[in-house]
Design a protein around this ligand. Structure first.
Ligand code: GDP
Length: 232
């Protein structure tokens, strides 16, 4: 018999902090940061509201004119939830450059307190070029990230499984290990505990190592844990 540790996070507070137009105007690096990004309309605002338990947490990020800002929210006085601008607007990609705005790429590339990027993928679609391109960029530069499939209530289980698998296969062609994959629905709340648990687990393990970190054994020294016996 071995011990399975389940990480749980309760949201006690979720407070909008500030919006930054670029890396220079981001807040001091006082807390670990968990950033959320995806194509426009992927369901990011809905997911952030669902995670925080606040109906309009991400309202600021959908206000016209504010869509290019990096929005910081302090959660439980313990970590920053970072709402990154969506990608995929650029009509023409410059050669050898990603179609992502400079504030986002600078933030991701030069922010030591960034603990993890949550890449949101619409569960209804097969892998899209721009999502794959972004994920490849993250993985190749060893930024820790996970995939979060959204709107799973709009997919049939078989379709969801197929789209997840397509992504997994593509990533396994690039790297030996593939990052964790979560499936979520802002409507049903599916995936909430798992995502928040992942944040808790990352915090407990020491987020400073922002290298891509895959399939590690749970750390038994974490304090917010429940233990469950697991059959051999
Ligand atoms: P954003 O542009 O990425 O912030 O996307 P929004 O959160 O504004 O969502 C875009 C659209 O998808 C809205 O009409 C939402 O109501 C809808 N939506 C978002 N998440 C879900 C979900 O989990 N399930 C369903 N059925 N609809 C969703």
């Amino acid at each position: 018999m071995r011990t399975l540790i389940i990480y749980i996070m309760h949201i006690k507070s979720a407070i909008f902090d500030l919006s930054a137009p670029d890396l220079e105007l981001c807040p001091p690096e006082s807390l670990p940061e968990f950033a959320f990004i995806g194509r426009s309309n992927v369901g990011k605002s809905s997911l952030l509201n669902m995670l925080s338990g606040k109906k309009d947490l991400a309202r600021v990020s959908i206000t016209p004119g504010f869509t290019k800002l990096i929005n910081f929210f302090t959660i439980n006085n313990e970590w920053y939830l970072v709402d990154l601008p969506g990608y995929g607007f650029a009509k023409v990609a410059r050669e050898n450059s990603a179609k992502f705005n400079d504030a986002v790429t600078n933030y991701i590339a030069h922010r030591p307190s960034l603990a993890c990027v949550f890449v949101l993928i619409d569960a209804r679609h097969e892998p899209q070029g721009i999502d794959l391109e972004f994920v490849k960029w993250l993985g190749d530069r060893s930024t820790r990230f996970v995939l979060v499939f959204t709107k799973t209530d709009k997919t049939k289980p078989a379709q969801l499984q197929e789209n997840v698998e397509l992504f997994r296969v593509q990533m396994s062609l690039w790297w030996e290990e593939v990052p964790e994959i979560f499936t979520t629905s802002a409507v049903s709340g599916q995936g909430r505990n798992e995502l928040l648990g992942y944040v808790e687990r990352t915090l407990a393990k020491g987020w400073e190592e922002s290298e891509l970190e895959l399939e590690q054994e749970p750390d038994q020294s974490a304090d917010q844990v429940q233990e469950e016996p697991e059959e051999e």
